[in-house]
Design a protein around this ligand. Structure first.
Ligand SMILES: *[C@@H]1O[C@H](CO)[C@@H](O)[C@H](O)[C@H]1NC(C)=O
Ligand SMILES: *[C@@H]1O[C@H](CO)[C@@H](O)[C@H](O)[C@H]1NC(C)=O
Ligand SMILES: *[C@@H]1O[C@H](CO)[C@@H](O)[C@H](O)[C@H]1NC(C)=O
Length: 181
């Protein structure tokens, strides 16, 4: 069953597709794993020219997702960019089974990542079985995909937290500016 928060996130994202009234710069990508033999990851922000930023790196996914594998997504925003000003936004996914975030994966993550990574397309209603693999990301950014037309200025950070056999997390921070038209 889709959670209410997830529906809210998808409704928010789908409500407003069209020309975006904002530009962004990716300023940070980080990752942490408590067992690098089972999951290791390495990201960096790459810059091409003056204005294009992307995330380049890999995730070596070397364990099997099961019913104990959970995911939580939080989105926080800081107007000033200062760490202590980051406040949660009502969009995110409360802790759920990894296998059950298929809708978010299909509607949100896969469209963003399909042309810059080897992330798999998975049949069926579950994100399972999830293949062990080394997933490579090459200049992934938010130029494509279902994101809102209008967003307030500020620093946005998405934090993905995975628990279970391996506890790991990854976060991305962008500095977003409204574009006057
Ligand atoms: C999760 O548990 C259910 C019920 O016990 C079982 O049918 C299913 O195969 C399990 N799924 C995974 C991914 O282990
Ligand atoms: C990815 O590439 C395919 C083929 O070039 C294209 O049809 C599709 O629109 C692209 N998707 C995104 C999200 O850019
Ligand atoms: C990732 O997990 C580590 C260890 O628990 C923690 O120190 C770090 O703050 C977490 N990172 C994020 C972005 O939540």
């Amino acid at each position: 069953m889709r959670s209410f928060k997830l529906l809210l996130l998808l409704a928010f994202l789908e409500s407003c597709m069209g020309k975006r009234h904002w530009t962004y710069e990716i300023i940070d990508a980080s990752g942490y794993s408590d067992d690098e033999t089972k999951l290791s990851l390495n990201w960096r922000v790459e810059r091409v020219g003056r204005h294009i930023t992307g995330i380049t790196g890999f995730v070596n996914f070397n364990y099997d997702v099961d019913n104990t594998t959970m995911i939580e997504v939080t989105i926080v925003r800081s107007v000033s960019g200062s760490e202590r000003d980051f406040k949660p936004l009502p969009f995110g996914v409360p802790q759920k089974k990894f296998a059950e975030v298929k809708v978010m994966y299909d509607d949100l993550l896969y469209p963003i990542m399909q042309n810059c990574s080897n992330l798999p397309q998975i049949e069926g209603d579950l994100l399972w079985p999830w293949p062990r693999n080394i997933y490579i990301f090459d200049m992934c950014n938010f130029d494509n995909g279902n994101l809102p037309e209008i967003l307030a200025d500020g620093f946005y950070r998405a934090v993905f937290t995975f628990t279970g056999e391996v506890n790991w997390n990854t976060s991305y921070t962008v500095n977003l500016k409204t574009q006057l038209i």
